[in-house]
Design a protein around this ligand. Structure first.
Ligand SMILES: [Mn+2]
Length: 334
């Protein structure tokens, strides 16, 4: 099927009185793809709304919504009866129970095919981003994308392909090339630079004060934390040190010890390492470059034979994390 035939088949689903709901799991690729649907259906449907069900917490994603002035509506504020057409982009209905709430007219996605239950299914797993697929629709419709739409689609492609470093098809590169002339590079930079909030600075400062660097591995145990996100932001931040191969940032949140691990991908898998080091006492897992551990405080208290109220608890935890990663993790240094 040609791009134009595909576009025509998609547009044929809708009429001028259609009220369309686009359902997404909001990340940059999904948000941009939904925005492209809205543009395609401009003047072709009476209304197009975008709804999402996940919590958007990453500062860069929040910045994207703010600087591009995008309106997406939490799913709990949506009345299904106000819509008669349903579209899902960048996911398939069986990916989450919230998607399964609706019966879809169209599914457009780039994940491996698991569910093509709509009248119109366009699933292309070889593509790095759904935004690339949507760019092809925009091109086929002969639409000149607005600065905000082009910027959003570029963010979708850049995010899902990690800046063309992973799972990139030639189509992703071509879409980028097309969008680039319409996008605003300063907006892209503004979104990508938004790695943390001003209120995270005090936490980062504390983590820096408490850091211990052992053979290119940056450790920081930060005691009680307001949110595990703080450890994530700080672990990413420590990886910016030129000599850092690993960063391991931890804290106590909601009666659990949270350990966030990052590495540069050039050594032993972070996920494997935390499994070997902490699986015996808590939940531990992850990928090659990122991993997470959660251990119940009561299990730590049993392990150390002291309570969290004890003065030596924090020191013990901090040292215990280092010891476990260094020995049980079996890290090879470069
Ligand atoms: Mn995607």
């Amino acid at each position: 099927m040609s791009q134009i035939q595909r576009l025509e088949k998609f547009l044929a689903l809708f009429s001028s009185d259609s009220r369309v709901l686009v359902v997404i799991n909001a990340d940059p690729d999904a948000i941009a793809s939904a925005l492209a649907i809205k543009r395609l259906l401009w003047r072709k449907a009476i209304e197009v709304k975008i709804t999402y069900f996940n919590e958007i917490r990453r500062p860069d994603n929040l910045t994207m919504l703010r600087v591009l002035d995008l309106e997406i509506i939490p799913i709990k504020e949506i009345d299904e009866n106000n819509f008669d057409k349903f579209v899902v982009v960048d996911s398939q209905p069986d990916h989450h129970e919230c998607f399964a709430m609706f019966r879809y007219d169209a599914i457009i996605d780039h994940h491996p095919l698991t569910c093509d239950s709509a009248d119109f299914n366009d699933i292309r797993p070889e593509y790095g981003a759904c935004s690339t697929m949507m760019t092809e629709y925009i091109k086929a419709a002969d639409i000149k994308p607005s600065e905000h739409l082009a910027t959003a689609l570029i963010m979708g492609i850049k995010t899902d392909t990690k800046g063309f470093l992973r799972h990139t098809a030639m189509e992703d590169v071509r879409a980028f090339q097309f969008l680039y002339r319409y996008a605003n590079p300063s907006l892209i930079a503004k979104i990508e630079n938004a790695e943390f909030r001003a209120k995270d600075l005090d936490f980062i400062a504390k983590a820096i004060r408490r850091k211990k660097i052992i053979k290119h591995r940056v450790y920081s145990y930060t005691g009680k934390i307001e949110s595990p996100d703080q450890c994530v932001i700080t672990a990413d931040f420590f990886m910016k040190i030129d000599s850092a191969n690993w960063s391991i940032v931890s804290g106590i949140y909601d009666k659990q010890l949270i350990i966030i691990v990052r590495n540069d991908g050039l050594r032993k898998s972070a996920g494997k390492t935390v499994k070997e080091a902490f699986d015996f006492i808590g939940s531990a897992g992850g990928h090659r470059t990122m991993a997470r551990v959660e251990i119940k405080i009561e299990d730590l208290e049993k392990e150390f034979e002291i309570t969290i109220k004890s003065e030596s608890f924090d020191t013990m935890v901090a040292e215990w994390i280092i010891e476990n990663i260094e020995t049980h993790g079996g890290i090879k240094t470069a």
